[in-house]
Ligand binder design. Structure first.
Ligand code: ADP
Length: 335
C-alpha cells in the first residue's frame, strides 16, 4: 500500500508533478554529471539504432527519478509506460505488459524492489534476451512457451540499491544514486515552476523556499504552491522574501525544512529515548508513523543534516539534534 499521507507536506503527493515535470534533459535542473552521462548513453543508442541499456535510479522520493525516466523516452521519441512493483502481482501481468511494448520503448517500474519474486524472475530473461517464458495450461499437460518481446529499455526506481536482489541489480548497465539538491539548484527549480504556473516571485523568495525544501524538488514545488496561497490571501499576491518566510512559518516548515514528523522523530530520539539508540520499529511506534516512511523519507534527510546517525544498535540523535530542539544532551544534564 502507498504510505499514508503523514503531514501537510506529504512528499508522496503527486498531484502537481505532471504539470511541472521536465520533459527534456535541458529542462532538468542540476545533476550536471548525471545529465552528461545520460546524454552519452542516449546519443550512442540513437547513433547505433539500438535501445538504451537498462537503467536503475536509487534515492529518496521526489528527487527526479520518474522525471528522468520519462526524459529518456522523450529524448528518443518513444512510448513511456509506467508501472510499479506493488502493482504487478502476477508474472502474467508483467508478461502482457512486456508483450505490448514496441522496440526502444521505455518501461518504468517504480519501487522495483517490491516486485514479487516470481515476477522478478520473469524480468531476468526479458532484460537479458528480450524473451519471456509463459506457461500455458496447468498440471502435467502444461507447456512453456518462450516468446520474443520488443527490444525495450527498463528503467527501475528504488529508494535504496541495497533493497534489490543481486541478480536484478546486476542486470542494469547504468546505476545511479540520486543526491539531495543544493539550495541554488532548488531555487532554479522554484523559478522554473513559477514560470510554468505563471506566478511572479522574487529570487530571494525562491531561495527562501529552496532553503526549506530539504534538498527535494517535489517539496520545493509543493512549498511554492502553499506560499502562493499565503501570498494571495494575506499579502495581496506579492511573493517576496518576507511573504515566503511568513507563509512557510504558517505552514509549520522550519528554517531547516523540517516538518512535524521530522521534529517528532528528533523529539523521540532526544527525549523519549534520551539520546540512547532506538530501533526503527520502536522509533516508528513512538512517533506513530509507518516504518517505511521514516526510513525512506525522514531519516535520510536527518542523517544528511548530521542530526541522526545510524549505528548497529539503532538510530541515535546527535548534539545537533539536541541543539535544534533547544534542549541539552542527557550526559550534560546529569553532570
Ligand atoms: P521521484 O520519481 O524521484 O519520486 P519525480 O521525478 O516524480 O521524483 O519528481 C517530482 C517532481 O519534482 C517532478 O514532477 C518535477 O516537477 C520536480 N523535479 C524533480 N527533479 C527535478 C529537476 N531536476 N528539475 C526540475 N524539476 C524537478
Amino acid at each position: 500500500a502507498e504510505p499514508k499521507p503523514s503531514t501537510l507536506l506529504d512528499i508522496y503527493d503527486r498531484s502537481i508533478d505532471n504539470v511541472l515535470r521536465p520533459k527534456y534533459l535541458t529542462e532538468f535542473v542540476g545533476q550536471p554529471q548525471l545529465k552528461e552521462r545520460l546524454s552519452i548513453v542516449i546519443g550512442a543508442a540513437k547513433l547505433r539504432g539500438d535501445q538504451v541499456g537498462h537503467i536503475l535510479f536509487a534515492g529518496p522520493p521526489g528527487l527526479g527519478k520518474t522525471s528522468l525516466a520519462s526524459i529518456v523516452a522523450n529524448e528518443i521519441g518513444v512510448n513511456f509506460r509506467v508501472t510499479s512493483g506493488p502493482a504487478i502481482t502476477r508474472a502474467g501481468d508483467l508478461a502482457s505488459l512486456l508483450s505490448d511494448l514496441s522496440d526502444f520503448d521505455v518501461l518504468f517500474i517504480d519501487e522495483i524492489h517490491r516486485l514479487p519474486r516470481t515476477v522478478e524472475e520473469l524480468l531476468y530473461s526479458a532484460m537479458e534476451d528480450f524473451k519471456v517464458d509463459v506457461t500455458l495450461g496447468k498440471g502435467p499437460t502444461s507447456r512453456t512457451l518462450r516468446l520474443d518481446i520488443a527490444h525495450f529499455t527498463l528503467i527501475g526506481a528504488t529508494t535504496r540499491t541495497g533493497m534489490l536482489s543481486g541478480p536484478l541489480r546486476d542486470r542494469f548497465g547504468f546505476v545511479h544514486t540520486m543526491e539531495y539538491y543544493d539550495p541554488t539548484e532548488l531555487s532554479q527549480v522554484v523559478m522554473r515552476s513559477a514560470q510554468i504556473l505563471e506566478m511572479e516571485i522574487s529570487e530571494d523568495a525562491a531561495y527562501e523556499i529552496a532553503l526549506r525544501s530539504r534538498g527535494t524538488p517535489r517539496l520545493a514545488n509543493r512549498l511554492l504552491k502553499l506560499v502562493r496561497d499565503y501570498a494571495d490571501v494575506s499579502r495581496g499576491g506579492v511573493l517576496d522574501q518576507t511573504t515566503a518566510k511568513e507563509g512557510l512559518d504558517v505552514f509549520g516548515v522550519d528554517d531547516l525544512g523540517l516538518d512535524r514528523v521530522d521534529r517528532e522523530i528528533l523529539k523521540s530520539l532526544c527525549v523519549t529515548f534520551g539520546g540512547r539508540p532506538a530501533g526503527l520499529s520502536a522509533l516508528a511506534s513512538s512517533v506513530g508513523e509507518e516504518r517505511q516512511t521514516i526510513e525512506d523519507v525522514h531519516e535520510p534527510y536527518l542523517v544528511k543534516l548530521g542530526m541522526v546517525i545510524r549505528t548497529p544498535r539503532g538510530r541515535v540523535a546527535t548534539n545537533r539534534a539536541f541543539d535544534h530542539l533547544g534542549i541539552r544532551p542527557v550526559e550534560e544534564q546529569s553532570q
